[in-house]
Write a protein that binds this ligand. Structure first.
Ligand code: PEP
Length: 253
């Protein structure tokens, strides 16, 4: 663990207005622990990046984007570049969340381009990978995850790997209340680290933060985070509720 950071990240998805973001921060101020041993951030809708940056400043919660486009600028109506995020001092962006892969047609190739663009701008991509229930039942989870990891990281130089976060999010566990058992989750996170080791060697592999995501909550967080290769969480539903999000931060402490 001492080789890498523990990172607890919220993913608000398409939830919370700017005013609700302010209210959330006020509630957080009442319950946030003074000392944290983990890095903490929340990824918010693009229109609320600045409101969240202002609201979370005193809480020492960083703000992340939920997506980033790979082109630098130009005629891409509705998209947001890594440079634009950088200019707002945004340090993290989720890349390749399963909802974007499923509803917005993001392929491994697109995910790879987005990760490269984020890194180029000095932004940490939180690269999401995960298998469907059908894939798990077919017994192809390990092959699938190794492929997604390799594809997402294609062309990433070793010296930039230290800044990459990989999030293992089994699709069947996202927003379903079904969590992977800590053994199941830990096993795949170990495989992810082994995949990174095969690409970059042991030193780089042990420096990369690997998160688990999928119905993580105050009840299961501690057990999941106790797995040797799980270095944090990507938290959807529970990150919308201050008491629950804080309980998960405390579980990481
Ligand atoms: C997510 O969307 O990244 C996620 C893990 O969601 P939830 O915690 O709600 O399952």
């Amino acid at each position: 663990r001492r080789y890498r950071k523990t990172v607890i990240a919220g993913n608000w998805k398409m939830n919370m207005t700017a005013s609700e973001t302010k209210k959330f921060a006020e509630e957080m101020k009442k319950v946030m622990p003074r000392a944290k041993w983990c890095d903490t951030l929340i990824c918010v809708p693009a229109c609320n990046l600045q409101a969240a940056t202002r609201a979370f400043k005193d809480l020492r919660i960083a703000v992340g984007a939920e997506n980033v486009y790979y082109e630098a600028k130009g005629a891409y109506t509705g998209e947001i570049s890594a440079e634009m995020l950088k200019d707002l001092s945004i340090k993290y962006a989720i890349v390749g969340h399963s909802e974007r892969r499923e509803y917005f047609g993001e392929t491994d190739e697109i995910v790879n381009k987005k990760a490269l663009a984020a890194l180029e701008a000095g932004i940490t991509p939180i690269v999401c990978v995960g298998e469907s229930l059908a894939q798990r039942e077919m017994g192809v989870t390990n092959e699938w995850i190794a492929l997604q990891v390799k594809a997402a990281l294609a062309g990433v130089p070793a010296e930039k790997m230290r800044r990459v976060i990989v999030a293992y999010e089994p699709i069947w566990a996202i927003g379903t209340g079904k969590t992977a058992t800590s053994e199941q989750a830990g096993e795949v996170c170990t495989l992810i680290r082994a995949t990174i080791r095969s690409l970059y060697g042991a030193r780089v592999a042990r420096s990369v933060t690997i998160q688990y995501g999928g119905s993580m909550n105050p009840t299961n967080a501690q057990e999941l985070l106790a797995q040797p290769d799980i270095d944090g969480g990507l938290i959807g539903g529970a990150s919308l509720k201050p008491e629950q999000f804080v309980a998960i931060i405390n579980a990481a402490n």
